[in-house]
Design a protein around this ligand. Structure first.
Ligand code: CP
Ligand code: NVA
Length: 307
């Protein structure tokens, strides 16, 4: 059987996402009802972190334990990964001792090379280019609150970063639209975002226009991990790209607000928005757990029916 990886959003099809959303709902219900469910008994997940994390580590580690398996945490500082061992060699060794690997690193190319030499499925836990697990959970959260995302409009305000790129890929796979507004010089790079075309997104110089009539408004930090040297310059360049209450008023009255977190109140989002009535950020964070449990189960066991 061919190994299935989740390195970018478009690695899975619309049918597979529909299965995962339905499966996430079932897994979440079991968890809320304190039902033991151990389909991954005796399986081991290795998590490799080359960048910091709270949510990703916690949701994968807790999720694997809840499914009956074990999770091992490795970072660059105290493994050989930080001392120049080739990614290909690390992939050979790590995948002979585990059933599943999750990697958070810098260039996308690193996870692609790891996966090409891995005997087990590899999951992208964030790269400079993509954050597919985040958008899996975000779209599940949208569905929980508002139903299908097909045909809906998502407004992305701020940096055209890994989270933005993944929204753009998801729009192509699941057939919705993204209105993007970035400061000049930070526009979407379609090739880097891995897009087939421009049918599912539109760019707006004015963030207020991007937010108009949106079903979901979302943003992220002005400076992502790995780009810290640009922090001061970015603070100046992104000043007008804050999601505030005035911007939320341009969106649909029942629009949701999401942020992958961690957030900087007073920079990319005003406190009145992230802590206000449109915000679903805590559901969004929690759903990382449930959606990734469904993902890990699917990559290891394929489709399962509990009907
Ligand atoms: N949203 C997200 O991936 O959070 P962490 O960086 O805390 O993992
Ligand atoms: N764009 C952010 C997301 C953090 C979860 C970063 O890459 O730092």
């Amino acid at each position: 059987m061919q190994i299935k990886h989740f390195l970018q959003f478009k690695d899975l099809s619309r049918d597979e996402f529909e299965y995962l959303f339905q499966r996430t709902r079932w897994i979440k219900e079991q968890f809320k009802a304190y039902q033991t469910y151990h389909p991954l008994h005796d399986r081991t997940l290795v998590m490799i972190f080359e960048k910091a994390s709270t949510r990703t580590r916690l949701s994968f580690e807790a999720g694997m334990q809840q499914l009956g398996g074990a999770a091992i945490y490795l970072n660059t500082r105290d493994s050989q990964l930080g001392r120049g061992e080739p990614v290909e060699d690390a992939a050979q060794v790590i995948s002979r001792m585990s059933d599943l690997v999750m990697i958070r690193t810098f260039e996308q190319e690193i996870v692609e090379r790891f996966a090409a030499h891995s005997r087990v499925p590899v999951i992208n836990g964030l790269t400079n280019e993509y954050h597919p697990c985040q958008i899996l959970a975000d779209i599940y959260t949208f569905i929980e609150h508002r139903g299908s995302i097909k045909g809906k409009t998502v407004a992305w305000i701020g940096d055209s970063n890994n989270v933005c790129n993944t929204w753009l890929q998801a729009a192509e796979v699941l057939d919705f639209n993204v209105h993007v507004s970035t400061p000049p010089g930070y526009e979407v790079e379609p090739e880097r975002a891995g897009l087939y075309g421009t049918d599912h997104y539109e760019e707006f110089p004015d963030p207020m226009e991007a937010a108009r009539d949106a079903d979901l408004v979302t943003t992220d930090v002005w400076t992502s991990m790995g780009f810290e040297a640009e922090n001061e310059e970015r603070k100046r360049d992104f000043e007008d790209w804050q999601v505030d209450a005035d911007m939320m008023r341009r969106a649909k009255p029942d629009a949701l607000f999401m942020h992958c977190l961690p957030a900087h109140r007073g920079e990319e989002v005003a406190a009145e928005v992230i802590d206000g009535p449109h915000s679903v950020v805590w559901d969004e964070a929690e759903n990382r757990l449930h959606a990734q449990k469904a993902l890990m189960e699917y990559l290891l066991l394929g489709k399962i029916s509990n009907d």
